[in-house]
Design a protein. Structure first.
Length: 303
């Protein structure tokens, strides 16, 4: 794995919008949060563009993305929001031109295919964490701030995470490289050049606004496609706004994955939720149902 350097106060964070348009007031609150923490921010004037359901044309969004990825002043790349659109511009990213551009890249939701691209094509450790206009404003509280700074500024492993909302649906222990992100986006990359590699991994899955039948369908598709074969453990993040209780969702997961003899965690606090935690993807983690924990045993940043 190629690990970025830790962020330091005063470093410049570039902000891009490769997916959907966003609320400008919420964006400015997020920018203020980052600057209050001690970072500088940098974004283009045309980040506020809108083209149907996209944050501007494909050409605008890809040029912005490449500009921030290749800008030596930018030590980290964050995103305005998710939504839809990132997959449209992935074919225009040339891995060879990014090989010397390693930096912290953090996002979630529609950023899932981009994070997977950077991890699988360039072997970068990447970060599953909040976006500027949705998650870094008023709902970004102490746990989220502390987690973000811990994940992005300290080279030691972030260690063991035990959260009250997290339970083990299937007991056991496992160790592997954590990969994944938003479930519906992982499904969207199937049979494309950006399909997620899951062999030998601890698979992290989260989503929002998906009914139980849709979660059932997507998990079943992963199973039938062989993407769960060789997975050593599964961590479910929040599955918010499903229209059903957590107990109903747990039963759906257990029914679909009944034959999987691996530990399964439900309710890990990173994803579509207020005050989400920031975690690295591409590092070794350990699951331990006896301790009720997820332990990040490998550092995500270069020493």
């Amino acid at each position: 794995m190629i690990k970025p350097k830790p962020l330091q106060k005063g470093d410049t964070i570039g902000i891009a919008a490769p997916a959907s348009p966003f609320d400008r007031a919420e964006f400015e609150k997020g920018i203020q949060t980052l600057e209050n923490i001690g970072f500088r921010t940098k974004y283009r004037d045309d980040i506020f563009a809108s083209h149907r359901y996209l944050a501007g044309t494909d050409s605008r969004r890809i040029s912005e993305l490449i500009q921030h990825l290749t800008d030596p002043e930018v030590k980290a790349l964050f995103f305005a929001r998710g939504g839809y659109g990132t997959m449209r511009i992935l074919p225009q990213l040339d891995p060879k031109k990014l090989e010397q551009c390693t930096k912290v890249v953090m996002g979630y939701s529609d950023m899932t295919p981009l994070l997977s691209f950077l991890h699988e094509k360039l072997s970068w450790v990447v970060f599953h964490g909040p976006v500027v206009a949705k998650g870094m404003g008023e709902t970004f509280r102490e746990r989220g701030r502390r987690s973000l700074l811990r994940a992005l500024t300290e080279s030691e492993p972030i260690g063991e995470i035990v959260a009250p909302e997290m339970v083990y649906l299937k007991p056991g222990g496992a160790r592997g490289k954590i990969v994944g992100g938003c479930l519906s986006l992982i499904i969207a990359t199937m049979k494309t050049p950006y399909e997620l590699e899951t062999e030998g991994s601890i698979l992290f899955l989260e989503d929002v606004n998906e009914r139980p039948y849709a979660i059932d369908r997507m998990l079943t598709q992963l199973k039938l496609a062989g993407k769960l074969r060789g997975v050593r453990g599964i961590i479910f993040g929040p599955l918010q706004n499903s229209g059903q209780s957590g107990d109903e969702l747990k039963q759906v997961i257990l029914e679909v994955l009944e034959e999987s003899p691996i530990p399964i965690v439900y309710g890990f606090p990173s994803g579509h939720m207020d005050d989400m935690m920031t975690i690295p993807l591409g590092v070794e983690v350990e699951l331990n149902s006896d301790r009720g924990s997820v332990n990040f045993v490998e550092g995500a940043l270069s020493a």
